[in-house]
Design a binder for this molecule. Sequence first.
Ligand SMILES: NC(=O)c1ccc[n+]([C@@H]2O[C@H](COP(=O)([O-])OP(=O)(O)OC[C@H]3O[C@@H](n4cnc5c(N)ncnc54)[C@H](O)[C@@H]3O)[C@@H](O)[C@H]2O)c1
Ligand SMILES: [Zn+2]
Length: 364
Amino acid sequence: MNKLVVNLDNRSYPIYIEPAIFKETASLLGQFDSGKEFFIITDSNVRPLYGDVLFDSLRNAGLSPQLLVVPAGEHSKSLQVAEDLYTQLLAARVTRQSKIIALGGGVIGDLAGFVAATLLRGVPFIQIPTTLLSQVDSSVGGKVGINHPLGKNLIGAFYQPQLVIIDPLVLKTLPIREIKAGLAEVIKYSFIANAGFFKQLSASITDIINLNDLMLVQDIISTCCQIKAEVVAKDERESGLRAILNFGHTIGHALETVTNYDYFLHGEAVAHGMRGALYLSFLHQYINKNELTRACALIASLEPPAIPTHITGEALVQAMSKDKKRSDKGQLWILLQKIGQYDMNRNVPAEMVKEAIDFILTGN
Ligand SMILES: NC(=O)c1ccc[n+]([C@@H]2O[C@H](COP(=O)([O-])OP(=O)(O)OC[C@H]3O[C@@H](n4cnc5c(N)ncnc54)[C@H](O)[C@@H]3O)[C@@H](O)[C@H]2O)c1
Ligand SMILES: [Zn+2]
């Protein structure tokens, strides 16, 4: 079994990654000596695919599961839905010996994790991520939260799970558009941390997109989780290094904002944002033309939807200036010194940013 550990002193936890490991969930949960009560929080799409199966397998193993289902989609990351979950959990007499299982994509992980972090000042929770994005990114690291009408992810906490169970087999039911969006984050890890991984992805991207070899997919997910686990272990609360995981996200978030969050999937916006960050790295005389071309070719293989033609450079610059992560010291850019090596940089002139945005808008 492929096992990684996120090292955070007494908050350390294992990540298990293996095709078909989902079927072993009941026995993996059996390792907890306290409490047999498990509350599975899932969404309306995942429930018929995996929720009912998990419920039955826990019950057959002598545990006492309950299933709580919320509507699929980003709208469920709200205070209203969190409150409904608090009500259902309290009515079912949840205790701190109970465990909450987040079974679904990043929406469910963030929402169920937030509910777990806040209810009774903390109920233990377990992540079973079922989208590629959640398997390589959101289920590891302990950022949980919900949205506010004034912005995304504004209400939340750092609250680590006790266990993460990742089954690449469940990706077989995921729409290919979601796979490609998740792969943008996968490619991101290769850019910031691992040139060998970039080569591996470039050589096998078509097989990965089509999930032709689940052992390869396991390997890819494992590399991503390893990179993320190392970054999180060094900077759990995002006071420094964790910012490197935002490579491509400054322009990506701006693209999501100007398209009202209803045109791009997150990973698609990040795919375009990474092209911008790569071009900035080129203008900064870090990566050369050849590296820029190879990196952009890998992103292009994900075929992100084109940026709508009415989007202007000015609108993107304005959206970036409102990004919550901007500090008094100026915009922090994550650049690449070369493929596989990040640079945190606050000295990127506005002119260069405009040029990079032109690059992604015009495609050359
Ligand atoms: N906490 C973090 O560190 C972090 C990091 C990145 C993103 N996020 C958050 O993650 C969320 C996005 O996550 P996401 O992309 O997983 O979206 P999602 O949870 O909405 O899932 C995407 C869609 O796939 C469906 N689905 C899930 N698993 C499936 C499966 N195996 N087969 C078929 N359909 C399936 C879902 O019902 C949904 O319709 C955003 O809210 C974002 O803010 C959090
Ligand atoms: Zn992201």
